[in-house]
Design a protein around this ligand. Structure first.
Ligand code: PLP
Length: 297
C-alpha cells in the first residue's frame, strides 16, 4: 500500500517530511501522547468517529504530561480535518494525532511541543476469532505509569506481550495486572459473557480510559444486558461462554480461545455478533442513532 501524500507536522507537509529529531524528548523518553481515531467512508462522506471523545482524552493526556503549551481540541480538530482533506480519502481511514515534546534536553522539560497527524486508508481487522494467550508479561501498574492515558511510553509493555504471543503461535495477548487480575490486551479492552451477564475489568484494573469500552457498555445496557465492571479472576476466563476485545483499531474482535480453551458459545458468540453488527452499522452510518458520535468532514 502506498503512503498518503500529506501528513501534519505543525502544518501540512509532504508525507516524507513528517519527521521528529532523534534528540527529541519524544524519541528518547517516549514523551508524547496520542490518539488513534477512525474515519469511515459511507460512499459519499467521510465521518470521523467519536472525534470529540478523542480530543478530550488528548487534552487530558497533555495535561497529565504537563506540556507547557498543550494543543487545544479546536486546534487538533482543525489539523485532523486539514490532513484528511489534503489527502482526498475515499475509503475508511485510520488517523493518529500525536502531541510530543520535540526539543532536546533533560527528561524533566515540558516544552516545546509539536503536533503530528497521520491518516492512512485502512480496512478493518475483521476476524472470526482471535487465539489469545494469557501473557507472562504483566500490565504495568498505574502506580508506575499512567495507564489511563494514551502515552507513547506505555506501549512497550503491550508490545512485549503481543510479540511474545505471536512467537508462541497465538494471534494476540491478554495481560494480567500486578494483582493477578485480568487487565486488557495490547491496544484493546476485554469483555466476556458468563451466564448472560457481560463482564469487563473495571477502570482500576490498570486499563486505558477506553472510548470503545464506554461505547460497548452503553450499547449493551441500551439493549437490556447486565454489564458488570469489576475485578476479573484469571480462572474466570475458563468459565466464559463468549469473549471479545474492542478498541478503535480492533473495533469488536471476537475471541476464539484463551490459552487453547475454545469459547463454548462459539466465535463470534451471539452477544458479540449482535454487538459487532450494531457497531458496524453505527460507524458506517446505516444506523443513525447516537449522532453525537459522528463528525462529518
Ligand atoms: C492500551 C490500550 N487499551 C485499550 C485501547 C482501546 O481504547 P479506545 O477504545 O479508546 O481505542 C487502546 C486503543 O487505542 C489501547 O492502546
Amino acid at each position: 500500500m502506498s503512503n498518503p501524500k500529506f501528513a501534519w507536522c505543525d502544518g501540512i507537509v509532504p508525507w516524507e517530511d513528517a519527521t521528529c529529531h532523534v534528540s527529541s524528548l519524544a524519541f528518547k523518553y517516549g514523551a508524547a501522547v496520542f490518539e488513534g481515531i477512525r474515519a469511515y467512508w459511507d460512499g459519499s462522506n467521510l465521518c470521523i468517529w467519536q472525534l470529540n471523545e478523542h480530543l478530550a482524552r488528548l487534552e487530558k493526556g497533555q495535561r497529565f504530561m504537563r506540556f507547557e503549551t498543550p494543543f487545544s481540541a479546536d486546534h487538533v480538530a482543525d489539523a485532523i480535518k486539514q490532513t484528511l482533506n489534503a489527502n482526498e480519502f475515499r475509503a475508511n481511514v485510520h488517523i493518529t494525532a500525536t502531541a510530543f515534546l520535540s526539543g532536546p534536553g533533560q527528561p524533566f522539560l515540558c516544552d516545546p511541543a509539536s503536533l503530528a497527524i497521520t491518516a492512512m486508508a485502512r480496512g478493518d481487522f475483521a476476524t472470526d476469532g482471535l487465539r489469545v494467550q494469557v501473557s507472562s508479561w504483566r500490565r504495568a501498574s498505574d502506580a508506575a505509569q499512567p495507564q489511563r492515558i494514551k502515552s507513547n511510553g506505555n506501549y512497550l509493555n503491550g508490545r512485549l506481550a503481543a510479540v511474545q504471543a505471536r512467537v508462541d503461535g497465538y494471534d494476540t495477548a491478554l495481560m494480567l495486572g500486578q494483582d493477578g487480575k485480568v487487565s486488557e490486551g495490547p491496544a484493546m479492552c476485554f469483555f466476556m459473557v458468563r451466564n448472560g451477564v457481560v463482564i469487563t475489568p473495571d477502570q482500576q484494573s490498570d486499563i486505558l480510559e477506553s472510548i470503545t469500552r464506554d461505547t460497548m457498555i452503553t450499547l449493551l445496557r441500551e439493549a437490556g444486558h447486565t454489564v458488570q465492571e469489576r475485578k476479573v479472576d484469571r480462572s474466570e476466563l475458563a468459565m466464559a461462554d463468549e469473549a471479545f476485545f474492542c478498541g478503535t483499531a480492533w473495533e469488536v474482535a471476537p475471541i476464539h480461545s484463551i490459552d487453547g480453551l475454545a469459547m463454548p458459545a462459539g466465535s463470534p458468540g451471539p452477544i458479540t455478533q449482535t454487538l459487532r453488527s450494531q457497531f458496524d452499522a453505527l460507524t458506517q452510518g446505516t444506523d443513525t442513532s447516537h449522532p453525537e458520535w459522528r463528525t462529518y468532514l
